[in-house]
Design a protein around this ligand. Sequence first.
Ligand code: ADP
Ligand code: MG
Length: 341
Amino acid sequence: MADTSATPSSPILEIKNLKTYFYLEKSTVRAVNGVDLILPRKSTLGVVGESGCGKSVMAMSVMRLIQSPPGKIVEGQINLLRSKGKGGKVDLTQLNPRGPEMRDIRGGEIAIVFQEPMMSLNPLYKVGNQIAEAVQVHQGMGRKDALDRALEMLTKVQISAPKQRLNEYPHQLSGGMRQRVMIALALSCNPSILFADEPTTALDVTVQSQILDLMNELQADFEASIVIITHNLGVVSQMASQVAVMYLGKVVEFAETRDLFHHPLHPYTVGLLNSVPMLGRKGQKNLIPIKGLVPMPTEVIPGCAFAPRCPRVMKICSEQQPPLRDVHSGHQTACWLYENA
Ligand SMILES: Nc1ncnc2c1ncn2[C@@H]1O[C@H](COP(=O)(O)OP(=O)(O)O)[C@@H](O)[C@H]1O
Ligand SMILES: [Mg+2]
C-alpha cells in the first residue's frame, strides 16, 4: 500500500483526550481536561480562548515541559505523525520528558516561541552563539556552518543589521528584535511544528502586525505547521486557516477560520465574537460581554462547563458533557444544541 502519511492535508499532530492536571496540596487543577485536536501539515491553526482556559498548558504538554510534580499528563495521546522515513508515528506522552528521543523532538521537530522572549533566550550568551548551538545540537552541524546558519536565520527574520546582532546579547535588543531572534532560533532547525504562545501580546500594535506578517511568510517558506495561541481573535483572523476555541480545558469548537467567524456554532464562540470589536465585521452593533465568570478549573462540573453562563442552556447541559462532533464537514462543536442537527 502507498504511504499516505505525508500528503499535504494529512495531520502532523493528533491530540486525543489529553488531560493535564496539577496536584496541589488542597485541590486538583484540571488545566487541560480532555482536549481533542488535529493539526494538518503545513498550515496555521489558531487556538483561542480566555485567559486560564489551558492553552499554554496544552502547548507545554506537547513539548513535555510540564513540571512534575505538581503537573502530570494523566490521560490521552499526543501523536506526532511523521513520515515513515522520518521515524513514523510516536506518542509523545509515552516518552521520557528528559530522555534523548524527546530532547531531539523538542527544538528539532517541534519548537515553541513564548510571549516573553527571555523564557527562550539565555541572557548570558550572544544571539549568534545561541542559534548556532541549537543547530549544532539538533542538526549535527560544525561550528562554522552553524554560525553561517545563524546569520542566514537572522537575515530571514528581517532583523536590521543581522551581522552585528550575531555578537549582541539579548538585553541589547528591542522587544520586537528579541521576538525575531526567538523565531529565528525556533525555526533554525527546520521544525515541522511551531507553537507560538501569545507571541505578540507584549508588543505594541505596529510591531505586533510586522511579526505576524513575518510568521505568515516564514510558514510558507519553511512549510512548517504553526499553532498560534492567542486570546486575540484579530490575530487569529490574520494568521490562521483553522481555529480551535478552548473553554476550561477543552476544545468546544473547531472550524475553518472563515466559517468560525461567519457561522459560529457554540454559544461560547458567539459570546467571544460579540464581546470584542472586530474590524470590518458586518452587523456588529454593540459589544456584549459574556455574563458571569469562567469557573475554577478545580471544580468538577458534571455537564457542559459553559452551561452556567450560556444564554441557550437546556436541561441536559448541566447533566451530561456534550462530545465534540462534526456538525457540518470540517466544523465541529461540543454543544447539545446541535446534537440532532
Ligand atoms: N504550574 C502550575 N501549577 C498550578 N496550576 C497551574 C500551573 N500552570 C498553569 N496552571 C493553571 O492551569 C490553568 C490553565 O492555565 P494556562 O494554560 O496558562 O491558561 P491560558 O494559557 O489559556 O491562559 C489555569 O487555571 C492556571 O492557573
Ligand atoms: Mg497562556
